[in-house]
Design a protein around this ligand. Sequence first.
Ligand SMILES: [Zn+2]
Length: 539
Amino acid sequence: MIRELAYYANMTRGVYRLLRSPMRADAGILQRQMARRESCFLENAAQRVFANPRNPYYEMFRLAGCTEGDLTESVKRRGLETTLSCLAAEGVCLSHDEFKGKMPLVRAGRHIPYNPSELLNPATRGYMETVSGGSRSRGTPTRKSLEINLYRDIYDELRIREFGLHKHALVQIAPILPSSGGLRNCIGRARAGGGIERWFAVRGTLRDSGHYRVLTNALVAMCRLTGASVPRPSYLPHNDFLPVAKWIAERKRQGVPCAMRCSVSPAGRVAAAARGAGLDISGTIFFVGGEALTEARRAAIESAGCEVYPGYVISEVGVIGASCRQMKTGDCVHVFSDAVAVVGRMRSAPLSGVEVPSLMFTNLLPFASRFLINAEMDDAGVLEPATCQCEYSAVGMTTQITNIFSYGKLSGQGITLHGSDVVSILETSLPRRFGGAPGDYQLVEREAELQTELVLRVSPRVGDIPATDLHSFFLSELRRCYGGTLAARLWNHSEGFSVVREEPWATRSGKVHPLHVLGMPKYRHLADEVPTFRQERPV
Ligand SMILES: [Zn+2]
């Protein structure tokens, strides 16, 4: 309770300071950062790693036989990305489970003491933490400093130039607290002078979100008192996105095009609601994130005459990139190489055994929340040069990532859940409560016509248990995981979670993996181990 009060007191102070800060959308800031990204990396490494033996990377560099001088020499001679790839091959990297402290850090047979807080940037005082969903595993909260929030102005301005958003009405579907993203978007645009016109949100039950509604309204009221144009959230009826489609259609009728920020699934639902009700929302631009933008999902949104462009954010790392107007296929973004260096490697995905092109992230900004080197976030994607002529290429962001997907975590409907939390429910909590064994329960993330859906497959071997009991037990366990309260609220609202009494899917060699996440089938050609959605063969 005291921790929560301190958290919101801190957030209130952060919101106030953010509101009071002038815009920092000067293009010169970005140019200077692009020019000094390599020296930023070397300065970060010198100050936070080589001068601090408690930093876990200190020992990783030592065991890899790489001194500070070697690092400087390599970056100057071979460039940053090549150096990072070499370092990863020498063990200077963190898997997601190591990063989360769920797996011991061992290099060259030596155990390296690891405290996740050593990676946090001591120079940034946090004002807005990312979502914390429950008590069982709070994870390591990410502190968003004022500087990093202000730096995002540059990306907002780039997007506005790229898409010509000066005349658009801005609207969002975003969660209320404890997620701070929705409020932060509103404040960002209000500071720029425009403001988000309408904020739609999922209500949840009074018990799980009542106090968050009160807190959100209080912060919105504070923003308004300072003169900032921040809308109060409008709550959507259960499993109904029609109010959003109606609002957009009405603005369009008045001659105002709309630009919407939301996750991929709600974007699909809004487009479908418009089509179903015969509403014209054509010309609306959707900026989406949080989940894989598959071709089917893109087609569903475009069939309402809308455009859709993904952004890529990982809360533990920061903003990774965004799509430009010429990226019309696939889940493709320009890498924001001013702030992050991304390299890839093939590896076996921890929960499914599939070979995936895993991405590793390195922070470059001196005020980033963490200083990570080659940290995996259980995301995969293909890195390649961007050849488009756009605002992003013009500022030197000439690398793109295509076909991004999560292989070790669930990101259905925009809320990321750590795979091993969910696996512990599947392999321990469910068998303990209802009987059966690991392998009898499997969570499948699948692409339905309108949204991402989660299906809990329960083997008929596990006695005759009503699906409603399994349904409510799974969601109650989920609420205790990091991010779980929000996920349960959203899945309930959109009826995106169901239970079936069917055998879990097995791979061709008979393995049953507890999680099957969206996006995997794309890499079928890389391994023979991937179950497909059509291959519904019981063991
Ligand atoms: Zn481009």
